[in-house]
Design a protein around this ligand. Structure first.
Ligand SMILES: *Cc1c(COP(=O)(O)O)cnc(C)c1O
Length: 360
């Protein structure tokens, strides 16, 4: 069987060109006589790989010199702890609760200090982004945390919150590289690679330099101090070397597609195909308030659990995989990250239309 259209929320689809290139280089990386998986992370060859990856990411995202880029392990979930450990001075932080990941970050923050929920969309199953123009930001907050794209619920902050000058910390796991960003609006952004970049095992943290400090919370493990990895160029210990190599290939792929403006245009087109279909369908409907819709994760339902299950099963048989929604929302979810080709979304819409017509 050939490759399917994989709508998984993560780990997720990667560009086919990247996988082919990695396959070609598997046994002998460009004359090194070994795989990247097998080489010392201190070797000249590997140093070249990680340095190129960082340089390409900096160029793609327009990351200014006063921000550090760290390639870390432990996933976004470990950054939920690293954020308070590295940033809490007053031991007060404000969190905006827009879904399961935002809530997990908030709960982790509570271990270390007074983590306050200053806005939430829990009242309507996280189907919208709360108004964050006039928040009750704590005067002594060390930072304000958001989850910018809510992978499970399919919402996205299209306007960043007004933090009244407090540093914004954002979990960008499922939207990084999907559109251009102004890094200077953030103190810290972090994201696991396995949604929109590369294989699981790499988390990227982009941190304004003044927030990388020696005087972190007492008891912070060496490995969780951003300063440890910043001083060592992400190589205090063995980094997720092979994963970073694949991330580097994806950065080059995104550059070859035309960079983040081009990705955004493609992503908007792909998402519009699906949302436009959902908006006219009499069987399927989107679950998210229109103005807060994500370009990356599109949840939808029929309103009938048996019909949802039949849809997921028939779609799978037609080569459209991983469309089952998260258990907390039910129904379906199509994750249409950068690497999902437009043809995949077209195939999905065509399949949905046929499924709907057959049951009229
Ligand atoms: C997947 C995801 C996480 C968890 O990432 P791990 O790398 O598994 O820790 C956190 N936040 C968001 C927004 C996610 O989509």
């Amino acid at each position: 069987m050939g490759r399917v259209y994989n709508f998984s929320a993560g780990p997720a689809v990667l560009p086919e060109e990247v996988l082919r290139e990695a396959a070609d280089e598997m046994l002998d990386y460009r004359g090194a006589g070994m795989s990247v998986m097998e080489m010392s992370h201190r070797s000249k060859t590997y140093t070249g790989i990680i340095e190129a990856a960082e340089a390409d990411l900096r160029e793609l995202m327009g990351i200014p010199d006063n921000y550090q880029v760290l390639f870390l392990q432990g996933g976004a979930s470990q950054q939920f702890a690293a954020v308070p450990m590295n940033l809490m001075k007053n031991c007060v932080a404000d969190y905006i609760i827009t879904g399961a990941w935002a809530k997990k970050a908030w709960q982790e923050g509570q271990i270390f200090g007074d983590a306050r929920a200053i806005a939430s969309s829990a009242d309507e199953t996280f189907s919208y982004i709360p108004d964050c123009s006039d928040l009750d930001v704590s005067p002594d907050a060390d930072y304000v945390h958001i989850c910018e794209n809510n992978t499970i619920y399919g919402t996205k902050f299209h306007t960043l919150p007004n933090t009244l000058g407090k540093d914004l910390v954002a979990d960008v796991s499922s939207c990084i590289l999907s559109e251009p960003v102004d890094i200077t609006r953030y103190g810290v952004m972090y994201g696991g690679a396995q949604k929109n970049i590369g294989p699981a095992g790499v988390v990227i943290s982009i941190i304004r330099e003044d927030l990388i400090r020696e005087d972190v919370l007492e008891g912070t493990p060496t490995m969780l101090k951003w300063k440890t990895q910043a001083d060592a160029g992400s190589m205090y210990n063995t980094p997720p070397a092979y994963g970073i190599y694949i991330c580097g290939k994806v950065f080059k792929w995104v550059k070859a597609q035309g960079g983040l403006e081009a990705m955004q245009a493609r992503n908007q087109e792909k998402a519009a195909l699906l949302y436009d279909y959902l908006d006219q369908s009499s069987m399927f409907s989107g679950t998210v308030r229109k103005e807060d819709r994500s370009l990356m994760n599109v949840p939808f339902v029929t309103g009938d659990a048996d019909l949802d299950a039949a849809f997921v099963a028939e779609a799978k048989a037609a080569g459209l995989e991983n469309l089952k929604g998260h258990r907390s929302v039910g129904g379906m979810r199509a994750s249409i990250y950068n690497a999902m080709p437009r043809a995949g979304v077209e195939a999905l819409v065509e399949f949905m239309d046929g499924f709907e017509r057959a049951r009229k």
